[in-house]
Write a protein that binds this ligand. Structure first.
Ligand SMILES: C[S@@+](CC[C@H](N)C(=O)[O-])C[C@H]1O[C@@H](n2cnc3c(N)ncnc32)[C@H](O)[C@@H]1O
Length: 283
């Protein structure tokens, strides 16, 4: 999964207004003259370094059906590695043993080894991409999975799950309010939800989920939902954030950029938040 300083992510609902201050934003975004300079620098960077390779934006289903082929073979992928760190930290706080767990946007089941180790009563994977689910089934032939076409989970009774896990998925969902409200409906009274994803600041600033396909880079449709909005929507359904983790471009990830001869990108985005995870609980 690439992280390109590209442009053109759709912003769901109102035009994006920064709702959370990060140290990166305080340094670079609040001052509008600095913002313009930074945007121009980035545009020049894109023209010089990125624009030569075509980037095609695809809708989620088509993109992931294509990406499924090599999704599990991306060694040294910064976003997947950071996500794993965030996910494991949050998973550690949750009782999985004997619980009914849903993984929404499960993809190829990248986290399933770690979830299954904790002995859930059941684990059900939901995804919109048949290609990704097919890869999951190859690895876990007895897995319970459902190919979904909307975010309503109409076939799932209320209060079915103790835990919902969802990694690197929510920014693909346009109507996040309807989706999260359905997630809460299928959760039991006392339930945990763990969400991780690309940081909305990174997406708002043009970060894209990309992968190479033949001679082109494919980028997947994304929407910017701030962490604050996600928290408010879940709070409406009784869920409070009890832990939040953010990973930024810093020394700990410098080697990823070095290995891709992209230290100039590292320097430019140092301090920028790129992945977040939140653990919610309804008590
Ligand atoms: C970046 S992949 C993440 C897969 C897996 N969770 C992981 O961490 O490796 C995003 C996944 O979300 C799925 N997806 C996108 N929109 C979705 C939606 N509305 N409901 C369920 N799955 C969705 C995609 O098909 C894809 O498999």
């Amino acid at each position: 999964m690439g992280w390109l300083p590209g442009w053109g992510n759709k912003i769901a609902g109102q035009p994006f207004k920064p709702t959370q201050r990060s140290s990166w934003r305080e340094k670079h975004v609040i001052d509008s003259s600095k913002t313009v300079t930074l945007i121009n620098t980035l545009k020049n960077f894109i023209k010089k370094h990125v624009a030569h390779s075509a980037i095609l934006e695809k809708d989620v289903v088509e993109a992931y059906d294509t990406w499924a082929e090599n999704y599990d073979t991306q060694p040294g992928n910064l976003m997947l590695d950071l996500d794993k760190r965030v996910f494991l930290e949050l998973l550690d706080e949750i009782v999985i043993k004997n619980k009914n767990v849903a993984d929404i946007g499960c993809g190829t089941g990248r986290h399933w080894g770690n979830i299954l180790k904790n002995d859930p009563a059941s684990l059900t994977g939901f995804d919109v991409s048949a290609g990704m689910l097919g890869k999951l089934k190859n690895k876990y032939p007895f897995a319970q999975t459902q190919l979904i076409r909307d975010n309503l989970f109409s076939a799932i009774p209320d209060a079915s799950f103790d835990v919902i896990l969802s990694t690197l998925t929510v920014a693909h969902i346009k109507d996040i309010e309807a989706a999260l409200s359905s997630w809460c409906r299928i959760c039991k009274e006392k339930a945990d939800i763990v969400i991780t994803d690309f940081h909305p600041d990174a997406l708002a600033f043009g970060g894209k989920r990309t992968f190479p396909h033949g001679k082109v880079q494919i980028s997947v449709e994304n929407y910017v939902h701030t962490v604050r909005v996600i928290k408010l929507l879940l709070l409406k359904n009784g869920f409070r954030a009890i832990n939040e983790v953010t990973k930024s471009v810093d020394e700990t990830v410098k080697d990823y950029y070095r290995q891709q001869s992209a230290l100039h990108v590292y320097e430019k985005f140092k301090g920028f938040p790129i992945i977040y995870g939140v653990h919610f609980r309804r008590a």
